[in-house]
Design a protein around this ligand. Structure first.
Ligand SMILES: *Cc1c(COP(=O)(O)O)cnc(C)c1O
Length: 423
């Protein structure tokens, strides 16, 4: 077998430079809480393919369901000749997502595609043009979702012009907004919407209940409920982007449940199908069904293999109670992270929920972001056998997203490596 170094040489000559990788190691196999490269080096996985393999890599039920489906048929296109698994995934999403009202779902390939479709549906249903998004938001890399995303480098730089009718308002970011309470932070955002956009022009308010790429920013308690209440009164479609937070990651099936928020539409992807590409928009039946027949779809959306994987993933989450597993991981990891933080003035804050935790790194004694220190700590982890990711508008957040099936031993060893990387 080729070595990672040989494969990397080939990659540089064959793969576009714009596609980056966290580690220059080429995967041979992955499972449970580890990834092994072609040279036999092992990393403890605190990335889960960016919050995708919540049920683990090659989870037994997913493998079996995919194998059985491949043997039956690989693709017919749901828009041409439909099949049961697509319907079953939609039924489950309608039942699992928050909100006791009637729901419908539609399936797509990627998170960005789900977000684009949520905006299409909200605009169509309301007849209004504007979309409100937040500072530090991340919603994808397509033209519309680049416009919705806050951060320039690397996502938007020189890729414009962007889609119009997108308006950005302040996020609740307790560490960096002087600890504004949720209601006050929401009032600040709402006033900006009303004065600068006009509520009656707004189709959708789109928000990540805990921000992902933007830095694992957890809004102050009350922020999301206040926005939800305002959206209802203003006839604005409240869209929760749960692409990173969904499917047991934060200790609930969906992060909105933590404060009892019921979105009108939810966008889903990442953790939905154990690593196969699938995404969804789930929401109020009247909004979803407002769109004319043929107005939503795509060649591969709800591919039968991805749907089989999604059904097996959701069954795994239920049977292993992975929401409880995420809470357990959060308790163990949170305690270790706070111990590290107590002894290291570079850590401004430990935050997150369940198995979605982060540390924000600053110049000691200030709130000045320190992306160089963040990168150095991350590199030390990679060298010592722990796969971690960074994020944040300022590139100064270490984020931890282990698979929810990681063993206690792997979790403990990963945290030991992290502690040593701070040493
Ligand atoms: C990853 C992500 C997206 C985009 O999903 P893709 O599948 O990469 O297109 C959108 N929103 C959030 C919150 C994400 O984390």
């Amino acid at each position: 077998m080729a070595t990672s170094e040989e494969l990397h040489k080939r990659r540089v000559e064959a793969v576009a430079r714009g596609v980056g990788s966290t580690i220059p190691a080429y995967v041979d196999r992955a499972g449970g809480g580890t990834i092994t490269d072609v040279d036999g080096r092992e990393w403890i996985d605190f990335a889960a393919g960016i919050a995708v393999t919540n049920v683990g890599n090659s989870a037994p039920r997913v493998v079996e369901a995919v194998r059985a489906q491949v043997e039956r048929f690989t693709h017919t296109c749901f828009m041409v000749a439909p099949y049961e698994s697509y319907v079953a995934v939609c039924e489950q999403l309608n039942a699992l997502t928050p909100g006791g009202f009637g729901k419908r779902s539609a399936l797509f390939n990627s998170g960005a595609e789900a977000v684009e479709n949520a905006v299409k549906i909200a605009r169509h249903a309301t007849g209004r043009p504007a979309v409100v998004v937040f500072d530090h938001a991340y919603h994808g890399r397509t033209n519309l979702t680049m416009a919705l995303t806050a951060k320039n480098m690397p996502y938007k730089h020189r890729f414009g012009p962007f889609a119009g009718e997108v308006y950005r308002v302040p996020m609740s970011y307790p560490l960096r907004d002087g600890g504004l309470d949720g209601a006050t932070a929401a009032a600040r955002s709402i006033e900006m919407i009303e004065k600068q956009v006009g509520a009656e022009n707004v189709a959708a308010l789109l928000i990540e209940p805990i921000q992902g790429e933007g830095g694992f920013v957890v809004p102050a308690q009350g922020f999301l409920p206040a926005l939800r209440e305002w959206a209802t009164a203003a006839g604005v479609v409240f869209v929760a982007d749960e692409i990173q937070t969904g499917f047991c990651r934060t200790g609930d099936w969906f992060a909105c449940e933590h404060e009892g928020v019921e979105p009108d539409l939810i966008t889903l992807a990442k953790g939905i199908a154990g690593g196969l590409p699938l995404a969804a928009v789930t929401g109020r039946a009247d909004l979803m069904d407002a769109v004319h027949v043929g107005g939503l779809g795509g060649t591969y959306g709800g591919n039968p293999i991805a749907c089989a994987a999604a059904l097996a993933s959701m069954e795994t989450m239920r049977e292993l109670d992975l929401a409880a597993a995420a809470r357990r991981i959060g308790a163990v990891m949170g305690e270790r992270l706070r111990t590290i933080a107590a002894g290291d003035p570079r850590v401004a804050e430990v935050r997150g929920r369940g198995a979605m935790l982060a540390m924000e790194i600053v110049v000691p004694g200030t709130l000045t972001p320190d992306p160089a220190a963040t990168a150095a700590i991350s590199a030390a982890c990679h060298a010592a056998g722990l796969l971690t990711l960074t994020c944040g508008t300022y590139g100064n957040v270490l984020r931890f997203l282990p698979p929810l099936v990681i063993s206690d031993d792997e979790l403990g060893r990963g945290l030991d490596i992290l502690a040593a990387a701070f040493g």
